[in-house]
Design a protein around this ligand. Structure first.
Ligand code: SAM
Length: 234
């Protein structure tokens, strides 16, 4: 396994690629990379390229990239989660897990019981975690993290495929195996620590979402999101 670096502007036919300052610094300072090392570049849109470092110092790194190839490690079901994000320290680990599990997109939901919507600086950190986690798990497509969206605005979007709202009183997910097997796209909502309000649950049902139970115990938001992803993103 070669070391992986993120290069969003990977040229399709190959060529000389400068790494971003952040990636170059990581290669030089943390990984102690040197000229001649073979690394893998990925563009976050499904392509990767075997590449060789041709110059490197503490801040700059240039790489000769071979032609990019499309390598698909995505789950069959394109999964979009609307999540009322938990506290920042819990959020970071959740984003790492969801990236590994193959979730395609996360929308931070602002619900009636949301205590503190995520800040721009937290979102920047979470997007960086997606990149780091994608390097580690060899994922070539970056999980997208949207800007925070109200529940009302989210439900007004034209989502298709399986649409679920995680709720402890919902239909047990174990009984939905056939639906999951057939799904190629899914949108699922996970509520805040205080749960969705009755009004939010009602609006979701009106918008075509089905209430789905994830088990007999009540999970924290981050656990519920990962359980949902484990079932859907396969
Ligand atoms: N007392 C809250 C309630 O009754 O909804 C608990 C909220 S729970 C800490 C946070 C979110 O995780 C919930 O809004 C729900 O979306 C999801 N969740 C947690 N455990 C669940 C379960 N067993 N089944 C379905 N969803 C669950």
């Amino acid at each position: 396994m070669t070391r992986r670096y993120y290069a969003p502007d990977l040229p399709p036919s190959g060529g000389l690629v400068p790494l971003s300052d952040e990636e170059a610094s990581h290669a030089a300072r943390v990984m102690r990379a040197k000229v001649g090392d073979v690394i893998t570049l990925f563009d976050g849109c499904g392509h990767e390229s075997e590449s060789t470092i041709v110059s490197i110092d503490k801040r700059k790194c240039a790489v000769e990239a071979a032609a990019a190839v499309a390598i698909d490690r995505e789950p069959k079901c394109r999964t979009h989660l609307g999540i009322a994000l938990p506290k920042p320290e819990r959020c970071k680990e959740m984003i790492e897990r969801l990236t590994e599990l193959g979730v395609r997109r996360v929308t931070p939901l602002v619900c009636q019981r949301t205590q503190r919507p995520p800040t721009d600086s937290l979102l920047t950190k979470l997007r960086r975690i997606v990149i780091e986690s994608s390097k580690q798990c060899e994922r070539n497509v970056l999980m997208k993290i949207d800007t925070p969206t109200s529940m009302e605005a989210f439900l007004a979007e034209p989502h298709t495929g399986v649409r679920w709202i995680a709720h402890p009183d919902g239909r047990p997910i174990q009984s939905l195996a056939a639906e999951i097997d057939a799904a190629t796209s899914a949108t699922a909502l996970v509520g805040p620590e205080g749960g969705f309000s009755d009004e939010e649950v009602h609006s979701a049902i009106e918008s075509g979402y089905e209430q789905v139970g994830l088990g007999t115990r009540i999970y924290r938001v981050e656990t519920a999101a990962c359980v949902m992803a484990t079932h859907l993103a396969r």
